[in-house]
Design a protein around this ligand. Structure first.
Ligand code: COA
Length: 306
């Protein structure tokens, strides 16, 4: 038995904050942000539940399914609407689902972690046939708008995919990792704003993602030449370039949205996935590598045959 991605949906709040807008608010400028991060603008003003509902509904529409066809909802987020219930409950109600639902918090690696958790449950006897895997984050609500080291990077957004048991599609390999000793380089306390040691996160992220992709490819018995499509966490275009250089994967295989979304945390991989679908590269049989990293630190790589 195999699992395919039957539909993809996304959501971005309508309000756009450009680098020029940020330059009015703090000591920064458009050229610096574009050169150092690859970002021109980002969407802000979203609510995790509302964006998750819209992305989930769009994924159902793209798979030509109704809420009744879904057997499990997995939401990854690190910016839940409330402490509890889990924001998956609000999304569950908003879409009108009739199935189990739970939250995952693996920060920006959440979507890939959620994928593996869902996949494992689909393999259980009596497990779900179709899972709605949603990633939604509203990090603009957690940003310190006086801190130019973080405020320029983050935006709000959501992405979702329908995972479906099917003879087409396969999870060829995965690699999940974490190092809790690195929590102090990127964290957000209850009631406070995001604190980040940017340069350190950059260095660790490049190292972790490079090793994770190499490990997953080895498990799958594949080389970089076998990869058709690469969807990397959209945190900084320079991180994506550095990972590609170290894994010998050409940048031309990556599909990116960071320029107009910034870092939307767990939503970046499904947003990049939708972009790849629009670019017409997600055809059955293609080998797709997805890799995310985030606070924890956490990291996660999936190697999927589409
Ligand atoms: N605008 C203008 N100048 C800025 C700036 C900004 N927003 N932020 C920092 N600078 C300045 C610094 O003060 C420093 O000036 P100095 O040389 O006079 O001291 C210079 O630019 C370089 O700063 P540095 O922090 O070394 O920049 P950087 O190249 O490391 O870029 C980040 C900073 C945050 C963009 C980068 O480190 C990064 O993306 N890190 C990873 C963050 C991340 O991905 N987080 C999410 C993980 S899920």
């Amino acid at each position: 038995m195999a699992v395919r991605i039957a539909g993809i949906g996304t959501s971005l709040p309508p309000d756009v904050l450009t680098n020029h807008d940020l330059a009015q608010m703090m000591d920064t400028n458009d050229e610096w942000i574009r050169e150092r991060a690859g970002i021109t603008s980002r969407h802000i003003g979203g609510l995790t539940s509302e964006m998750g509902i819209e992305a989930g509904n769009n994924a159902l529409k793209s798979a030509d399914l109704t809420p009744d066809d879904i057997d499990l909802l997995v939401l990854s987020t690190s910016s839940p609407d409330q402490r509890f219930p889990g924001t998956s409950a609000q999304i569950h109600a908003g879409i009108g689902l009739d199935c189990g639902a739970f939250d995952v918090n693996a920060a920006c690696a959440g979507f890939a972690y959620g994928y593996v958790a869902a996949y494992g449950m689909m393999m259980l006897p009596g497990g779900p046939t179709r899972v709605l895997n949603v990633g939604s984050d509203a990090l603009s609500t957690l940003v310190d708008w006086d801190d130019r080291g973080t405020a320029i990077l983050f935006g709000d957004g959501a992405g979702a995919c329908v995972m479906e048991r099917h003879e087409q599609g396969e999870l060829l390999a995965f690699d999940l990792g974490a190092d809790g000793n690195l929590a102090p380089i990127l964290y957000c306390e209850h009631g406070d704003t995001i604190k980040m040691a940017g340069r350190e996160v950059f260095k660790r992220a490049v190292r972790a993602v490079t090793a994770s992709i190499k490990s997953a490819l080895k498990q799958a018995g594949l080389t970089p030449d076998d990869i058709d499509v690469v969807l990397l966490h959209q945190a900084n275009l320079r991180i994506i370039e550095a990972v590609c250089a170290r894994t010998s994967i050409p940048m031309s295989k990556t599909h990116n949205v960071i320029e107009t979304t910034g870092n939307t945390s767990t939503a970046t991989i499904p947003l990049a996935m939708e972009q790849a679908a629009l670019n017409g590269v997600l055809e059955p049989g293609k080998v797709v590598v997805m890799s995310g990293f985030g606070a924890g630190m956490t990291w996660a790589t999936l190697v999927v045959r589409w």
